[in-house]
Design a protein around this ligand. Structure first.
Ligand code: 3SL
Length: 237
């Protein structure tokens, strides 16, 4: 396995794709996706574009769908939900398809959706992602952080480091770019206090201003969920 970390979707090569892409948006899209599937959602379907989300989801019975829309950290008008993973309870999402569009996470998903395998990871399901990679041994793996509107997000790279560190314990021969080593160094520095990191990083601060304290706590809980979102068709997990 050769592992590459890219801090943002914009930094990924444009002339190739990996055998497996791991998309990370710790705050909060990939945490929400894992939580919704763990709570029994029938599927999660991700859209970069809100109008497309509205059009596609209109074909579903209202009682079988939920529309989750977030822009700038806030719920989009006319959607049932924003992007808080804590809203994804079994009672609310069980048996339903979650149609979701977020500022950065769903854009990152779209960037790599043509890769043969696409999975999503966050701190809450880090071990499930590691287990999948160890079991399936894809030749090339990209971990792609979602960032914020094209710029770097500390928490996504820390999650990439959490995954890479666990993989590196099994094989010393997997480093594909220097970002892997940097991500591991970042995670090593903060692993005992991810919540403190989330309180300091720019998107964490943005969410705190929007009363996101409980979301940050939840998103910082390592290996909470044994669930792995795997793309079944472009955008659908
Ligand atoms: O940018 C995104 O995709 C979101 O996860 C941002 S937020 O955490 O919902 O504000």
């Amino acid at each position: 396995m050769k592992l590459f970390v890219y801090h943002t979707p914009e930094l990924t090569p444009t002339d190739c794709l990996p055998d497996c892409a791991v998309v990370v948006d710790v705050l909060r899209a990939t945490t929400t996706i894992a939580t919704a599937l763990n709570a029994g959602a029938e599927a999660v379907q991700a859209f970069k574009d809100l109008d497309e989300l509205m059009n596609k989801s209109a074909a579903w019975l209202p009682e079988k769908r939920l529309r989750a829309g977030e822009r700038g950290g806030q719920k989009v008008e006319n959607c049932d939900l924003g992007n808080s993973p804590l809203d994804c309870t079994p009672k609310l999402v069980g048996g339903k398809r979650l149609f979701i569009s977020t500022t950065n996470g769903t854009r990152a998903l779209q960037r790599v959706e043509q890769a043969p395998t696409v999975i999503t990871a966050a701190i809450v399901n880090r071990q499930a992602a590691v287990n999948y990679l160890l079991k399936n041994q894809p030749e090339t793996v990209w971990i792609v952080g979602s960032g914020w509107e094209g710029s770097y997000s500390l928490e996504d790279t820390a999650c990439a480091g959490a995954i890479a560190m666990s993989l590196l314990n099994q094989s010393s021969d997997l480093v594909g770019n220097d970002e892997v080593i940097a991500a591991i160094a970042l995670y090593t520095q903060w692993q005992d206090n991810l919540l403190k990191m989330f309180h300091q990083c720019s998107h964490g601060q943005r969410l705190l201003k929007l009363d996101g304290d409980e979301d940050l706590k939840y998103c910082a809980t390592i290996d909470l969920l044994d669930v792995l979102p795997i793309q079944k068709e472009p955008g659908v997990f």
